[in-house]
Write a protein that binds this ligand. Sequence first.
Ligand code: XMP
Length: 325
Amino acid sequence: NWTMANIADEAVEQIRAQIGSGRALCGLSGGVDSAVAAALVQRAIGDRLTCVFVDHGLLRKGEAEQVEKDFVAATGVNLHVVDAQERFLAALDGVVDPEQKRKIIGREFIRVFEEAAREIVTGKPGEEPVRFLVQGTLYPDVVESGGGTGAANIKSHHNVGGLPEDLEFTLVEPLRTLFKDEVRALGEQLDLPAEIVWRHPFPGPGLAIRVIGAVTRERLDILREADAIAREELTKAGLDRDIWQFPVVLLADVRSVGVQGDGRTYGHPVVLRPVTSEDAMTADWARLPYDVLQKISTRITNEVREINRVTLDITSKPPGTIEWE
Ligand code: XMP
């Protein structure tokens, strides 16, 4: 695509001009924005960019691997992975309140990122310290934070990849003038893995706010399996691009009676929450074809032992929100 090739070349030139001979740091979240921003900066300054990926254990099945292996293979980027799964589980132990979960995850994320960044920022002997921080800020983010729309803060959204407060960086934001669809086109132009380029929006606190109730490793694993099945069937049906987001929610404290084979079961329900939307401010429940819903339901109850009931959320936003927490 000629236009996107131009945009990529221009962005690379601008980044080179801004960073000069300096070094940069970028936090990867697993999402498309930070991935495309990092790929552009990598093109511009090569191994003077270091990416940090905090694996908080709250991503969906295969997503950590897509960052650690496929993204690195596609870009040759210098990646520092922090396995912080135990730390996040410990910090979330017994926490049920959604806003409390968000606060804890936001706080731990910044601490872990900061710890990892310190060493990188300081650099090895003879190396320049890092002065630039790359962020995947899009045009709508810029407008939203400066526009003062006065929208009530219903949920305290935090963006994974946040700036540690006591480190002074100059921001590099190569996507500041772009919309999501342009970022995806750019990602394709840069040969990033399709799984990353076409990934649906995913909340920073990840699966922790899709386990209703306290978060445990076992519950996350159950949800991850069910979620993977739902995503796989959506992709198979060719509907990925018609759907804005497809949360699967585990009602971890609810049990219902079922029957399977000739035995009684007493398992957990999951809720399918496929939505269509333009910008997540409003949304409608997606009218997924019955045969796709049926396949998802059959597969989840057959393949995930702990789940014996699959339900569909048919609430629009408002009055519902997209996420359940
Ligand atoms: P709601 O649930 O408010 O979500 O309709 C709107 C959009 O925001 C995402 N979301 C979050 N993103 N941190 C994030 O980075 C959060 O705490 C958070 N909560 C919701 C949600 O997935 C949807 O795209």
